[in-house]
Design a protein around this ligand. Sequence first.
Ligand code: GRF
Length: 228
Amino acid sequence: MASRKGRERASNEGTALKKGYDPFSSRRLGVLISGRGSNLQSIIDAIATGRLDATLAVVVSNRAEAQGLQRARDAGIETRVLRGRDYADRDTYDAALADLLLAVPVDLVCLAGFMRLVGPAMLTAFPEHILNIHPSLLPAFPGLEAQRQALEHGVRVSGATVHFVTAELDGGPIVLQAQVPVRDDDTVDTLSARILVEEHRIYPEAIQLLLDGGWSIEGRRFVRYRSR
Ligand code: GRF
């Protein structure tokens, strides 16, 4: 079950989007990872250099061996491991994850290569407070191996997308995107590497944009009504 605070958040659904209300006042982030953690590193670096005005409160991984956990430890950030196999099912896992993040607490949850679907308990605890980074220009190529999908499809332009997480896989409102040209001789590795450069640029920028407020969600669209 989500904690009481989580339920209060859930009952506030929508208020985060009203003008003048600042749902991110403490600017505390929770980053969820499963592996390498290079996007996590870009967030750590952006905070360290002042490009991102936030506190990275906790890094959570579903894999104890995730390389990103060491990056977090090196930066002095609290880490937690929640392994899927320690929970009876996905809903129980999600409820435990939500309780952990609410207890820390965090204002905004950033998925950074977190290889699990986020379910109802998380979406209820953090309504419109979960971001993800995806290595394609959504809505093209959602799901796994987006770079391979792009190459197989023969697109000339791909890229990266930061979007809100909703119940629809890689289908939430788009916050920021960056284009990356696809070359004739690209492999999955070369294309992934060039997309990653853009991921590292736009993820901290998108987080800063959200924390600063002045936006709303209208239907599927993320709309900025105040320029920074
Ligand atoms: C990135 O390509 C991201 O877009 C996708 O998973 C990958 C994670 O890489 N969701 P890293 O762990 O951040 O290095």
